[in-house]
Design a protein around this ligand. Structure first.
Ligand SMILES: CCCCCCCCCCCCC/C=C/[C@@H](O)[C@H](COP(=O)(O)O)NC(=O)CCCCCCCCCCCCCCC
Ligand SMILES: Nc1ncnc2c1ncn2[C@@H]1O[C@H](COP(=O)(O)OP(=O)(O)O)[C@@H](O)[C@H]1O
Ligand SMILES: [Ca+2]
Length: 571
């Protein structure tokens, strides 16, 4: 289809149309509610190919979606000569230039902010264009206008402040976003500020600059604040929590950056800034972690006992090494080859949410996540839980019935999302979903060092890390763990599939007796207890992201933007 046909079909009223000078030619530029462009060459000095988003290679027509424009501004003279290739004749013929900044997709899910410069004959025309474009952008209600930004100056390689000031703040200012910036002075500064001090009505979103730990602080601050404002008791493991109204943006500057990587497909600060500016929204599950009916923490990425718990415990003493502390401690922990005995009880997810080995990746507008949200509406977490207890005679291990597994484990990991990161681009559980209300529970039983190494290496390549006799993986809504010696699950429970006994027993777990226990790694923080109860809260928070895109430049997301603008589209 030609782009001209496309425009006839979308047929939007024109807001502004002028003949402007662009590069070395005069073009007809049109703005409607959805697009800037459809410019037809009027006079060509030299043919050039389009350098920005377009559907068709039709040389006469190009366009930008308004939803992908960052902002318009009067062009500074310096920019005009630099970015316009020094074409001085433009300045003489059309002296009044304006710049439109827009997002362009590049390789590996990275986005860049590009500029196009148009030249006008007079000042009034330039002002009209800049104003009309920016007015249209301000009508996009999904875009944030005021943001609260927390920077951890010590994250990763301690470049958070530089990354924000040099790479992100200029983009926010192009998009006319106003910011309140707080550089944190200690751990939990951001969390406590959000919990108690901030007037949340004064901003449209919260941005954290740092790693997964910094994101976790913001999540704790926002989720706890939302619950206390709604008088919800976080200490009840079965409690339905109230979703947070504000979206969270992550500017990656940390050591692992797995949450950013798993929700945008990359750990690039400019890409994240552009997702924030566009006002993207990605719902995300949050796990609550309790010990003996007392709330401990929330987790959004990895809950890991055994290997990842030990890596974290060791690496905390080596913070001075920066991100490579994880590799050093990883090698050390691998060589130690410690296994731990304990019992895991879990409530499997409904079958319509797939399974961790079904090869269905979570992508932008994921159907499994939609299904998960629907399941949540049909059966709240509490309902499923009670059903499991009431039907405790059921023999099946389907939804609603707890299963129990006891053994010796090198690692017990729960991945609420893929946990993809630069170290492991497919992640701990490549087919886990961001917002389906489940977590993938990975049990790595005692195995030889060589087998465990083969399992670890498979996280870095395309091989299936679950296709090994000592590894099993389950998609679950809840789980509990009790280490050996906590006397919470007896031998007789090994053959049980009934939930009631197990749940009650694990609930009354005795505290750690400090022998043969590992620690839980909860998104990079060490938990103080080994006996834990975990529940997934479907879509409790939203990020300024859209999940990992499928890969085309003009994909279903773009169509939905157009469709969302009530355009008549005939295939
Ligand atoms: C042989 C190579 C094996 C590579 C195995 C890589 C598996 C990587 C899985 C990564 C999961 C990441 C989950 C994310 C957790 C983060 O929330 C959390 C906090 O992040 P923050 O510091 O940015 O705040 N990060 C972490 O807990 C760090 C986990 C990192 C684990 C790295 C493990 C490296 C293992 C190296 C083993 C080497 C064995 C070599 C034998 C010859
Ligand atoms: N100003 C600060 N001083 C010390 N620690 C901080 C500060 N701000 C945040 N933190 C804490 O630093 C820890 C690590 O932060 P994070 O951003 O995840 O970096 P990294 O990815 O390098 O681990 C988090 O637990 C967070 O609570
Ligand atoms: Ca999930």
């Amino acid at each position: 289809m030609l782009i001209s046909e496309f425009f006839i079909m979308v047929n939007q009223p024109t807001l502004l149309s002028s003949q402007l000078f662009y590069e070395n030619r005069v073009v007809e530029v049109t703005l409607n509610r959805v697009m800037l462009g459809l410019w037809k060459e009027i006079e060509t000095r030299r043919k050039r190919s389009a350098s920005f988003n377009c559907i068709s290679k039709d040389a006469d027509h190009h366009f930008l979606l308004v939803s992908e424009i960052v902002g318009a501004r009067e062009t500074e003279e310096e920019d005009q000569t630099n970015k316009d290739g020094g074409r001085k004749h433009n300045v003489l013929l059309y002296p009044y230039a304006f710049t439109v900044s827009y997002t362009e997709r590049t390789k590996h899910h990275c986005w860049r902010c590009k500029d196009i410069i148009f030249h006008c004959l007079d000042k009034a025309q330039r002002q009209q264009w800049v104003q009309t474009i920016n007015n249209q952008l301000s009508l996009l209600s999904i875009r944030p206008k005021r943001l609260l930004v927390y920077i951890n100056p010590y994250s990763g390689k301690q470049r958070g402040k530089w990354i924000y000031e040099q790479r992100v703040a200029p983009l926010f200012s192009r998009a006319s976003i106003s910011t309140d910036v707080i550089v944190t002075e200690s751990a939990n500064h951001a969390r406590d500020h959000l919990k108690t001090e901030v007037d949340l009505k004064q901003c449209d979103g919260v941005v954290c600059v740092g790693g997964d730990g910094m994101f976790s602080e913001v999540v704790h601050g926002l989720v706890s604040r939302t619950q206390s404002d709604s008088r919800v008791d976080q200490n009840q493991p079965n409690q339905d929590l109230v979703p947070c109204a504000l979206r969270i943006g992550i500017i990656p500057a940390g050591s692992t950056d797995c949450i950013c990587y798993s929700t945008t497909g990359t750990n690039d600060p400019v890409t994240s800034a552009l997702h924030i500016i566009m006002g993207d929204s990605q719902p995300m599950d949050v796990c609550s972690v309790h010990h003996n009916n007392t709330f401990l923490r929330y987790s959004v990425s990895l809950l890991g006992y055994g290997f990842y718990g030990d890596v974290l415990t060791d690496s905390e003493r080596k913070r001075w090494m920066g991100p490579s502390r994880y590799d050093f401690s990883g090698l050390k922990t691998f060589l130690t080859h410690q296994y731990y005995e304990g019992t895991v009880a879990f409530l499997p997810a409904k079958d319509n949410l797939g399974n961790p080995r079904d090869k269905i990746k979570c992508r932008t507008r994921c159907h499994i996540c939609e299904q998960g949200a629907n399941n949540g509406q049909l059966l709240s977490g509490d309902h499923v839980y009670k059903m499991a207890e009431e039907n405790s005679d059921e023999e099946t291990s389907g939804d609603g019935v707890w299963r129990v597994i006891r053994g010796k484990f090198l690692a017990i990991n729960a991945a609420c999302m893929s946990c993809a990161c630069p170290r492991s681009p497919r992640g701990l559980s490549p087919y886990a979903h961001l917002a389906d209300g489940t977590t993938d529970l990975i049990l790595v039983r005692k195995a030889s060092r060589l087998d465990f190494l083969r399992h670890l290496i498979r996280h870095t390549n395309k091989d299936d890390q679950f296709d090994m006799s000592f590894v099993e993986v389950h998609r679950v809504r809840r789980f509990r763990f009790a280490p050996k010696h906590s006397n919470v699950i007896s031998e007789v429970d090994l053959s049980e599939t009934s939930g009631k006994k197990i749940c009650n027993q694990v609930c009354t777990a005795h505290p750690n007796n400090d022998t043969g226990h590992s620690n839980w790694n909860c998104d990079g923080e060490i938990l103080p207890h080994a006996d834990i109860q975990v529940s997934v809260h479907c879509q409790l928070i939203r990020l300024f992201a859209r999940g990992v895109e499928r890969g085309t430049t003009f994909d279903t997301y773009t169509w939905s933007v157009i469709e969302g603008s009530n355009l008549s589209w005939q295939a």
